[in-house]
Design a protein around this ligand. Structure first.
Ligand SMILES: [Fe+2]
Length: 248
């Protein structure tokens, strides 16, 4: 069985379209999506429609998908100011039906793929926000599952692809399609092959037209274009570099 694992498009439809072409060449049996489909990129509607068109086996909710249809809030840091502007931009574009669709996605999913018990999260079993870095300790990695029998954990959120083994489990982060933070500015996703309980992982990187993605954002008058461009070109986390204000 071949599973394509996609995550964190963040409204970057240019990157996502390129990944979808690559993904079809891989002929996966199923596709799973780990959230953060929208926000921070210029084309949330296109990304959402593309996810639906892929007819994924499951989609779990990311922390950015979770921001819609919530009471108004006041930003307390530069990062939150950017998030609020991104939310307003997306709310102007996404229908209420689509906003509801995003917020009603499940926070987690578990099932057995060819005899391999698997858990899927955006970030962790505990929250949509928790950060587990590629260099996490074994004890930290061990927090990424709920069930003792689980052999495979798939998660996104950190925009940094990696594969680690931890106490009999394979932990896979598929990276981000729309906005990598791992120093490699290509789009990232994963192909998981399972056969007779053996698991093989490909962390795939796909080059896409970054200039076009930035041009689309400029044409759309997307807020915080400088931070978007910085993230796309450098594949680095953009908030800290932009302003020295508290980051939460
Ligand atoms: Fe994300």
């Amino acid at each position: 069985m071949r599973i394509a694992v996609i995550s964190d498009m963040h409204g970057n439809a240019t990157a996502f379209e390129t990944v979808v072409r690559d993904l079809h060449e891989q002929s996966p049996d199923i596709i799973v999506c780990l959230g953060d489909i929208v926000m921070r990129g210029p084309q949330p509607v296109e990304c959402l429609e593309m996810v639906k068109a892929l007819n994924p086996f499951t989609v779990v909710r990311g922390n950015y998908d979770d921001k819609f249809l919530k009471p108004a809030w006041t930003p307390k840091s530069y990062k939150q100011e950017i998030q609020l502007r991104a939310l307003e931009y997306d709310c102007d574009r996404l229908s209420l039906e689509n906003q509801k669709w995003l917020t009603q996605l499940p926070a987690e999913f578990s099932c057995e793929y060819e005899g391999v018990p698997t858990e899927l999260y955006h970030a962790s079993p505990k929250s949509l926000y928790e950060i587990t870095y590629p260099w996490a300790s074994l004890d930290e990695l061990d927090q990424l599952h709920k069930y003792d029998q689980t052999k495979l954990v798939l998660f996104g959120h950190i925009h940094h692809a990696f594969v680690r083994q931890c106490r009999g489990r394979l932990i896979v982060n598929c990276g981000s399609i729309g906005m990598s933070f791992d120093g490699d500015n290509r789009a990232s996703y994963a192909i998981v092959d399972i056969a007779k309980r053996d698991i093989a992982i490909q962390l795939r990187r796909v080059e896409y037209d970054i200039d076009l993605a930035i041009q689309i954002a400029r044409n759309q008058r997307m807020p915080d274009l400088d931070s978007f461009e910085y993230a796309l070109r450098t594949a680095r986390y953009p908030y800290d570099a932009a302003k020295e204000l508290p980051v939460t």
